[in-house]
Design a protein around this ligand. Structure first.
Ligand code: M6R
Length: 608
């Protein structure tokens, strides 16, 4: 996710652009830039880092222009460096573009444009688009943008300017939001209303496939085929904070509800259904070494460690490679045994967690092939790993990790299929799983409908200080994750356990009304979980269950049941976690806790 602002008016616009992208910084903050048309030329200023770094280098170069575009980036293709920051110029320096989204066929387009003599100075997919526009430009900017967009596959919200048309901005959307603020002798295009409301509360929202051409005094909405679209002016009625939160009360809730989209972004371009294969371009350089892997060690902390535990099941089940999962903080200090054929995988949302980074370095020193599964592009772990796979789930702001977890599960599933297909996993098995994986975003959307039911159950448990979360097999790591979510944001004490371990001690904790969350989805261990539930009920515990749709038996064993669709067992963690996240969230809100910034916790733990 990135943030776009474009201004056409009669005021000097560089401060307007900067203030606008600051409002969008929650959408991405690893580099930023702006391009302004000044004295008939494009003046470009860009910087790696947050927008504050851009402000530090701003000088008179862009001070007087009244038409310009700006961008705050969250990297997808290419590290967050100054040369990869937006805006991107075409190789003639006459056209500038800002882009939010992913151009999936950028590699093929780039090769072709290079064969036509175009030059590139970044690793981004966006620079390919501006050069394609430039290649097709014959004096009519709108026409060139329309022609170029017909050639690209993927998603985009873009704004384009050219020194040949100093009063005009062309913007278009497909899959990435854009709206046009309509002011007095000024128009502003932005990724969301937060960047606009200071200037005007009248706006037009673009739909996918629509474009807008703005000048200081007019705007025109059209299709890619140049047909005029009549749009209604709407009133923006939200406060700035509400807009950043997109109407949600907290970033955590927003990110929970974003999961259908973030998962789609993680999967995009990585599934070849026909061949029954996963496509992981980031592993291409090490594919021969990976084919020889004898053992995998996953290192991570917190929620990422829990996704690693699911990864252990996936890799052993689908790829038949012995896999262990270690706390990064333990691994780094115990002089691990790394034999030839050992692959170490560091999982980290931030890519900056100190223990995980140190463990990765330790693994490399011992000669392991070191891979990273990371969200933040260009982060230290991403840079230091030999190869890896990005999550592409967008910035995660809430301290409690939610959408990164589901994206980690998706990448681990793809990895297990990728490796499995080179070993024992046959085409049909892989194809079935990949097909189900593509259906997961829609299934998550259905599970999110449980939110109101879960809120009511949470209300009845707000005074409970001790909770247990229990599951078996694939659901055991989910029990750990459910407990971690609850304790870190609601400050209730919660323990997650493999369900069968309960009778070896923790059962002594069960007393009347103690909430015990069982993950009792259909699958190989269902009957055994039902027996564990009865052990809790016999001692007066309050049983809440996550179960599979159409399971009529479970209703008689639990006070409340949260149902999820029936999916292949290796994929069920992607759905099971949703009610657990919602339960933690509603308990924390009910207990009056600071959901997005829980006490004593930081988003990224960069110290030991
Ligand atoms: O950025 P990382 O994924 O490396 O972070 C690891 C943990 O610090 C993180 O998952 C933490 O446990 C979260 N607060 C859990 O919600």
């Amino acid at each position: 996710m990135c943030g776009i602002v474009a201004y056409a008016g009669h005021k000097p616009c560089h401060r307007i652009l900067i203030e606008g992208i600051k409002r969008l910084e929650y959408r991405g903050y690893d580099s930023a830039g702006l391009a302004v048309i000044q004295d008939g030329k494009l003046a470009l200023q860009r910087a790696a880092g947050r927008i504050a770094s851009l402000e530090e280098i701003l000088d008179e170069t862009t001070a007087h222009g009244t038409v310009g575009i700006a961008h705050t980036r969250w990297a997808t293709h290419g590290a967050p460096t100054t040369s990869n920051a937006h805006p991107h110029l075409d190789d003639s320096g006459r056209i500038a573009l800002v882009h939010n989204g992913i151009i999936e066929n950028y590699a093929a387009l780039k090769t072709w444009l290079q064969s036509q003599g175009k030059h590139f100075s970044s690793q981004t997919d966006s620079e390919v688009l501006v050069n394609l526009i430039s290649f097709l430009y014959r004096g009519n900017l709108v026409d060139a943008v329309q022609k170029a967009l017909k050639e690209v596959e993927g998603t985009y919200g873009i704004a384009v300017i050219s020194s040949d048309h100093p009063e005009t901005i062309v913007a278009a959307r497909k899959g990435s939001p854009l709206l046009v603020g309509v002011g007095e002798n000024e128009h502003i295009v932005a990724s969301d209303a937060a960047a606009i409301v200071e200037h005007t509360t009248r706006a037009v929202y673009l739909e996918d496939g629509e474009m807008v051409v703005i000048t200081p005094d007019a705007f025109r909405t059209i299709t890619l085929d140049n047909i005029t679209v009549d749009k209604e002016l709407e009133n923006i009625e939200f406060s700035l904070q509400q807009i950043e939160l997109d109407g949600y009360d907290h970033f955590m809730l927003k990110e929970i509800f974003e999961q259908p989209t973030s998962l789609e972004n993680t999967l995009r371009g990585r599934i070849d259904l026909q061949a029954g294969r996963a496509i992981l371009g980031g592993l291409e350089n090490v594919k021969d070494q990976l084919a020889q892997a004898k053992r995998i060690i996953i290192i991570a902390c917190g929620t990422a460690w829990h996704s690693g535990l699911v990864g252990e099941f996936l890799l052993e089940h689908l790829a038949r490679i012995p896999t262990e999962v270690e706390y990064a903080s333990e691994f780094r200090y115990r002089n691990p045994i790394i034999e030839p054929g050992t692959v170490v995988i560091a999982i980290s949302q931030s890519g900056e967690t100190a223990d995980t980074l140190a463990a990765l370095r330790e693994a490399k020193e011992h000669g392991a092939l070191a891979l990273g599964i990371v969200n933040v592009v260009g982060s230290t772990i991403a840079r230091e790993a030999d190869a890896g796979v990005y999550l592409h789930c967008g910035p995660e702001i809430g301290v409690a990790s939610t959408k990164a977890f589901t994206s980690q599960l998706a990448v681990l599933t793809l990895l297990a299929i990728y490796l499995g297909r080179r070993r024992s996993l046959d085409h049909d098995q892989a194809q079935r799983l990949l097909q189900s994986l593509t259906e997961m975003p829609a299934r998550i959307k259905n599970v999110l409908c449980l939110s109101d039911q879960i809120q009511k159950v949470a209300q009845s448990c707000l005074d409970r200080e001790h909770w247990l979360f229990l599951g078996r097999g694939y659901n055991y790591p989910l029990a750990l994750e459910g407990a971690l979510k609850l304790k870190e944001i609601s400050y209730a004490h919660a323990e997650g356990l493999p369900a069968a371990e309960m009778k070896h001690g923790p059962i002594a904790l069960i007393n009347k009304g103690m909430p015990t969350v069982f993950i009792a989805t259909s699958g190989s261990q269902y009957e055994k979980v039902i027996s564990n539930i009865e052990e809790v009920r016999a001692r007066g515990g309050m049983v809440l269950a996550v179960a599979t749709e159409n399971d009529t038996r479970i209703q008689t064993h639990a006070e409340a049941v949260f149902t999820i669709p029936d999916v292949p067992e290796p994929l069920s963690p992607l759905l099971v976690v949703i009610p657990l996240q919602l339960l933690a969230y509603h308990c924390a809100v009910g207990r009056g806790c600071a959901v997005d910034k829980p006490r004593n916790l930081a988003k990224s733990v960069t110290v030991e």
